[in-house]
Design a protein around this ligand. Structure first.
Ligand code: C5P
Length: 234
């Protein structure tokens, strides 16, 4: 497979065309942004960690019956993925109150839920990714009812698989964001799953091992990413 011209450069990744119209190459950067691009920085080594962690997680999910865009890891920072049409809906699953949930609803961070929650937001930088529901997604023609149902079922399955995967590494999965795409008419999991997109807390101390260390200026950002990498044996 041949890497061709750059298609797109995002906040944390570059995406390249290949000589196969169904395949793209993702190149993970160390750049970090938060608050819709208002805060910018670098987390040294993040690109390698996010690439390898995301690939391991995607392989595990495939084994458990969730189809993903993963094809092959090409280098420390580069991975071949299926070219999808992204569904512009961010799907967030929460097991414990934190972040925007705690802020919006006045629930202290760390309050566990009896059942996980699901929420959707419209992936639109200009509007600041506003919260929507399934009816909004259909009204805005972002997805069909069938697609929304599939997406929600996969999202809860991802949660079940990941909760167990992290727990055996002494990590609590507090919440995470995922995205899906259409590949030859099928809904598949696309985009990364990494400490950038998950809240990961140490199971004993509740120490934050994720991007909140960057967002909230907590220090030891690289150390946290490295700790997750090490604990997962990547
Ligand atoms: O900020 P909030 O509490 O809504 O974030 C929930 C989860 O979704 C967190 O794990 C966060 O890292 C992730 N997220 C993300 N990208 C966004 C918004 C949230 O990865 N644009």
């Amino acid at each position: 497979m041949q890497k061709l011209e750059q298609l797109y450069e995002g906040k944390a990744k570059k995406v390249f065309k290949t000589d196969d119209p169904d395949v793209l190459i993702v190149d993970y950067k160390d750049d970090a942004t938060a608050f819709n691009g208002e805060k910018k920085g670098t987390i040294v080594g993040k690109g390698v960690i996010n690439n390898k962690m995301s690939n391991r997680v995607h392989q595990l999910l495939e084994e458990k019956g969730v189809p993903t865009h993963y094809i092959q890891e090409l280098s420390d920072r580069e991975t071949a993925v299926k070219k999808v049409e992204i569904v512009p809906v961010e799907v967030i699953i929460r097991n414990v109150a934190a972040g925007s949930f705690s802020k919006r609803l006045g629930v202290p961070e760390g309050t566990p839920f009896e059942q996980p929650t699901v929420e959707f937001s419209y992936k639109n930088d200009e509007l600041g990714d506003p919260l929507i529901n399934d009816y909004f997604a259909v009204a805005l023609k972002l997805a069909t009812w069938d697609e929304i149902k599939t997406i929600q079922d996969y999202a809860f399955k991802v949660n079940d698989v990941l909760k167990e995967y992290f727990l055996q590494a002494g990590i609590k999965l507090i919440d995470f964001k995922i995205e899906f795409g259409r590949y030859h008419g099928q809904i598949i999991l696309a985009d990364e799953i990494s400490p950038d997109t998950c809240r990961l807390w140490d199971v004993n101390t509740n120490e934050k091992l994720d991007k909140d260390r960057f967002r909230r200026d907590l220090g030891n950002v690289e150390e946290a990413y490295n700790e997750v990498f090490k604990r997962l044996g990547l």
